[in-house]
Design a protein around this ligand. Structure first.
Ligand code: FE2
Length: 189
């Protein structure tokens, strides 16, 4: 099961991505959905092609695009530049959909009310959908490797400026062809 917890930016450093159990203030999936709009499902990274679970979600949400990205120093051109970009706070004008095939990373998302960070740890089999308009970033773990399927290409990438606006989740970004949030496919979350 995916793990998510509140993080205090002032106490973070690159060597301390993994907080101890005592230091974590865990967030359950229901609260995560309520405070950020993030949706999550656990699929089987080895059998998702045959069991049809990813296809079911794609069909229900109207996704027509798919590609794969392998974030590693060996396969991704301009690796250092790109991981810096992923780790900078930004939003998109459309959903960000990631199905993790291998490796590990952390999606940090802003709580829509408090603007605090919530860190979501993702590994193989995790499918995560960040809603349009939510500020977020992707931080790699110490192994600096993650491989994922993407289903989104339409939305613009907007960096958060200093004194930037709050999350714009739910503020009228295009959702045509999408099943309205919340959405529950017939597979276990
Ligand atoms: Fe993003």
């Amino acid at each position: 099961m995916v793990r998510a917890w509140h993080i205090d930016e002032s106490k973070l450093d690159e060597n301390k991505l993994e907080l101890s159990e005592n230091e974590r203030e865990l967030v359950n999936l229901e609260d995560l959905k309520e405070h950020t709009g993030v949706l999550y499902w656990k699929l089987n990274a080895d059998t998702y092609n045959e069991d049809g679970t990813l296809d079911e979600i794609r069909k229900c949400r109207g996704y027509t695009y798919a590609d794969e990205i392998e974030v590693s120093s060996k396969t991704l051109p301009n690796f250092d530049v790109m991981i810096k970009k992923f780790a900078s706070e930004h939003l998109h004008t459309d959903e960000e959909i990631r199905f993790i095939l291998a490796g590990k990373g952390y999606f940090d998302v802003r709580d829509a009310n408090s603007d605090d960070w919530i860190r979501i740890e993702v590994v193989g089999g995790d499918l995560i959908i960040l809603p349009a308009g939510i500020y977020h970033r992707l931080v790699l773990d110490k192994d600096r490797y993650i491989k994922a399927k993407r289903n989104d290409v339409k939305g613009s990438f907007l960096d958060r400026m200093e004194n930037g606006s709050a999350n714009m989740w739910g503020m009228g970004f295009s959702t045509e062809l999408r099943i309205p949030f919340p959405f529950s496919p017939k597979i276990s979350p």
